[in-house]
Ligand binder design. Structure first.
Ligand code: IPM
Ligand code: MG
Length: 364
């Protein structure tokens, strides 16, 4: 009987609603696979600003440090959008969590299930049969964290600067993650950069080519980010693993989420360095945000949160059978025709957040 400590941070908006469904599914998984998850909740984001005075309270950091993994909901909402940028839920909680725990590798699967291809805004013949790609995004470097980062005044005029900076070692470690991911899939890696303009990208591409020598079974290609944005909508089925630095990966992964149909379906994992046994400490969260427009209505799609829990079981806890069971259950429920509003189509049965969660729990 394996026991794990999980820091559960539901956050704001739909976070608490979809997290409740993840718990429902995890309860079944624990019984079925003989594992115990000791889940402890802590506040993060807007709710923490309201109660504790800041988006990432020390108690929350301490809980995460004492845990095997972080299961994260979502943060943010209109209520906190007028605060100084550094204090807002996103910048005040999510970015520090990534930095504190060294979560440099962000895995964002972009799966368009054939049964849900109609939900994709891309022309039907281009997504027929669905697709399955994985965006590997560098998460603790580049423009997000580079120094200097400030707004000053020059000749009476405000001047803002952000700095894109990458050390070779930072590129190497994320490259290894991407190559290994490709080895476990269709063995195609497309590295995205802007090597025709940016110094960081020149080093990025050079480093990728060097590391490629260790992964001869993977086909490596390079694509400028603007072209990649275009090819993603023109031929999404051509992509397997996509690798990008922080900012480019942020943009490309949203595009990937959109063409996959619904962001409410997409989980993500933010991982640190691998530990013994090939496991990772990580933060697992849905790809979408707190969706304040639909929060509290019980209509949000809980699948992204449930699949994030599956990624947690796989990457942080090494419970592959349990992870597979959840992923299979999600597909079975989709096959049965049950749909939340974001993926609904004619002839399907409409489900609320909790009906969807209950159906997936039952299918496990
Ligand atoms: C994401 C989000 C965050 C990011 C924001 C909320 C800071 O867009 O996880 O993709 O830019 O990384
Ligand atoms: Mg983003």
């Amino acid at each position: 009987m394996s026991t794990y400590k999980i820091a559960v941070l539901p956050g704001d908006g739909i976070g608490t609603e979809v997290m409740a469904e993840a718990h429902r599914v995890l309860a079944v998984v624990q019984k079925k696979f003989g594992i115990t998850l000791e889940c402890t909740e802590a506040r993060v984001g807007g709710i923490a600003i309201d109660v504790d005075g800041k988006a990432l309270p020390q108690a929350t950091i301490d809980l995460c440090k004492a845990s095997d993994a972080i299961l994260f909901g979502s943060v943010g909402g209109p209520k906190w959008e007028t605060l100084p940028p550094n204090e807002q839920p996103e910048r005040g909680a999510l970015l520090p969590l990534r930095k504190i725990f060294g979560l440099f590798a962000n895995l964002r699967p972009g799966i368009c299930y054939p049964q849900l291809a109609h939900a994709s805004p891309v022309r039907a013949d281009l997504v027929a049969g669905g697709f399955d790609m994985l965006c590997v995004r560098e998460l603790t470097g580049g423009l997000y964290f580079g120094q200097p980062k400030k707004t000053t005044e020059e000749n009476g005029e405000p001047v803002a600067v952000d700095t894109m900076v990458y050390k070779k070692s930072e590129i190497e470690r994320i490259a290894h993650v991407a190559f290994r991911a490709a080895q476990g899939r269709r063995k195609k890696l497309c590295s995205i950069d802007k090597a025709n303009v940016l110094e960081c990208s020149v080093l990025w591409r050079k480093t990728l080519i060097e590391i490629h020598a260790q992964y001869p079974d993977v086909a490596l290609s390079h694509m400028y980010v603007d072209n990649a944005a275009m090819q993603l909508v023109r031929q999404p089925r051509e992509f397997d693993v996509i690798l990008a630095e922080n900012m480019m990966g942020d943009i490309i992964s949203d595009e990937m989420g959109a063409i996959a149909g619904s962001i409410g379906m997409l989980p993500s994992a933010s991982l640190g360095s691998s530990k013994e046994g090939g496991l990772y400490f990580g933060l697992f969260e849905p790809g979408g945000g707190s969706a304040p427009d639909i929060a509290g209505k019980g209509i949000a799609n809980p699948i992204a949160q449930i699949l994030s829990a599956a990624m947690m079981l796989r990457f942080a806890l090494g419970e592959k059978d349990a992870a597979n069971a959840i992923e299979r259950a999600v597909i079975a429920v989709i096959d049965s025709g049950l749909r939340t509003g974001d993926i609904w189509s004619e002839g399907c049965q409409r489900a609320s957040t909790s009906e969807m969660g209950a159906a997936i729990a039952a299918a496990v």
